[in-house]
Write a protein that binds this ligand. Structure first.
Ligand code: SF4
Length: 213
């Protein structure tokens, strides 16, 4: 089993919560966000293809930083849950070696529920970008239905204190009122930690903007 990786970014401080972290970017994504800032995750060329042992060897160079600061590894992407089997194997491998790293998962949750469930009990923090809770807005922006994302959100409700939900303002697709509606819906589900922000679109033009906007 190997991990298709678009890049590894070391020595991140203050970006993933506690401590020093290393971001491991997974290749591939099921969504087609119009303002995608990681289009390389869909390129046909995969920069790195790593076994569990090879990834561990690359990451363990910072083990002392992780242990000393309470940091660890963040799996992002692309959509890392597309490779949930590998991530599970990897975390178990690290635990067997006595590593006390924290594991964070950054996800859009647009995958089948079994992928998310595979990591139950192994992830310390989830950062989920739900785009918008409104099906029509979600579909226009991502090209996909929101049903998988919503199923997975329900799966995470018992762990809500570990979950940060991103509710972005997406120019040309939703409004501040829409983001507020999403936040209220999420609060009703039991989530209480949010990150509200505006997608920066000046550097990246939207592809195929809907004709109605
Ligand atoms: S979820 Fe992220 S990586 Fe996937 S298409 Fe959207 S912005 Fe790009």
């Amino acid at each position: 089993m190997t991990f298709k990786c678009i890049g590894i970014s070391r020595h991140r401080i203050g970006t993933d919560g506690v401590g020093v972290t290393t971001l491991v970017g997974g290749h591939g994504c099921p969504l087609d966000c119009k303002y995608c800032l990681n289009p390389q995750c869909k390129s046909e060329t995969v920069p790195l293809n790593l076994t569990v042992e090879e990834l561990y060897e690359r990451l363990r160079v910072d083990s002392l930083y992780f242990s000393a600061t309470g940091g660890g590894i963040t799996f992002g992407g692309g959509e890392p849950l597309l490779q949930a089997e590998f991530i599970r194997e990897f975390i178990l491998y690290c635990k067997e070696r006595g590593e006390v790293w924290r594991f964070t998962l950054e996800s859009c949750l647009a995958v089948s529920e079994d992928k998310l469930a595979m990591l139950d009990g192994l992830i310390h923090k989830y950062v989920v970008d739900i785009k918008d809770m409104n099906e029509e807005i979600y579909r226009k922006y991502t090209g996909c239905s929101s049903s998988a994302m919503k199923r997975n959100l329900r799966h995470l409700t018992p762990l809500s204190e570990r979950v940060i939900v991103k509710t972005p303002l997406i120019p040309n697709f939703n409004t501040a009122e829409d983001t507020l509606r999403s936040k209220m819906e999420l609060e009703e589900m039991g989530f209480s930690r949010f990150e509200r922000f505006r997608y920066i679109t000046e550097i990246k033009k939207a592809r195929d903007l809907p004709k109605t906007t």
